[in-house]
Design a protein around this ligand. Structure first.
Ligand code: C5P
Length: 300
């Protein structure tokens, strides 16, 4: 994630992620689940602007922007319930820093979607305030703090498009991709809580070997990628919320390859053969009444 200096402020574009595979291996004694997942960053971004202040306070304001570019209707908490505020306070506590910050969030990534928006925002906050407050924390220290904020945060602190992640998600092995893949992502009207979906899943005891998926991704063979997409959280999510199966069948009806849910849902995605096709399909799905549909690509 690039931290750009704009006068006295810094600006970061925080990307969404898709889980191309997700296996739940077991339940851990700390209450989390052991998993193995292959994640890719895609071109759908929240934008965060950080300005320093001497008050010591962390002040967050938020504007939601819909897929069509107007004001979205989501209500985002701006106090301690927001992971951005928690990330900033954690940095203050860990370093003894007495500086404050005003943070403006332009929220495009839908919440309760499995797209990692909150985790990506938290990673952006750690990177931006490390620079703005001149804390000089190392990448390893930022990743350790990131893991305390959320299982997916360390992934976004790596400078990589894709990674295989293990443990509860925080153990990241970056993968180099030389090709990009086009996706259409759709988030139904309703969301799901991550904790609830995990509560309803049954661990399989094993994880699929991701090597076939990795080599298909590296060579850009779309049908082979599509045939290997899977998510162990999709079945429990479909049982909890029928919008998930409904959006999966809408993606399949548009000839997208391998429709699958991302993370703990409810957003689902399919592979498109070109960016042009992705834009056409996204427009059709919007015309059919889905307002949160995005034509995105992974970056090589
Ligand atoms: O780590 P994060 O805050 O994103 O996790 C949210 C919730 O999802 C956790 O409190 C836990 O209930 C569940 N979870 C899990 N196993 C994981 C990741 C998340 O059970 N590997």
């Amino acid at each position: 994630m690039l931290v750009k200096q704009h006068g006295q402020s810094v600006v970061v574009d925080a990307p969404a992620k898709l889980n191309l595979s997700l296996d739940v291996v077991g339940k851990r004694s700390d209450g989390y689940h052991e998993l193995q997942t292959l994640m890719v960053r895609v071109g759908l971004y929240d934008r965060l602007r950080f300005s320093g202040s001497n008050s010591g306070q962390i002040e967050l304001s938020c504007r939601c922007v819909s897929a069509a570019g107007h004001d979205g209707g989501e209500s985002i908490p701006t106090g301690d319930a927001n992971i951005i505020v928690r990330a900033a306070r954690l940095l203050q506590e860990e370093t003894g820093c007495s500086q404050g910050a005003r943070i403006e969030l332009f929220k495009r990534i839908p919440t309760e979607a499995g797209l990692g928006g909150g985790s990506s925002d938290a990673a952006a906050t750690l990177l931006a305030l490390n620079q703005l407050w001149q804390l000089d924390l190392s990448e390893a220290e930022l990743r350790r703090l990131g893991a305390r904020l959320g299982s997916d945060v360390p992934f976004f602190l790596f400078d990589t498009t894709a990674a295989v992640c293990g443990g509860r998600g925080e153990l990241v092995e970056p993968i180099h991709l030389s090709q990009h893949v086009n996706f259409v992502v759709a988030r139904p009207k309703t969301g799901l809580s991550t904790a609830e979906v995990y509560r309803h899943c049954t661990p399989s005891g094993t994880a699929d070997d991701n090597r076939g998926l990795v080599s298909a991704l590296q060579s850009g063979r779309l049908r082979q990628i599509a045939s290997r997409l899977h998510n162990a959280l999709q079945a429990p999510a479909e049982r909890l919320n029928s919008d998930v199966s409904h959006i999966i069948s809408q993606l399949a009806n548009q000839q997208l390859l391998g429709p699958t849910m991302s993370g703990s849902g409810t957003a689902c995605f399919g592979i498109s053969v070109s960016h042009r096709q992705a834009l056409t399909v996204a427009a059709r799905l919007r015309a059919a009444g889905n307002d949160r549909v995005y034509a995105v690509r992974s970056r090589p």
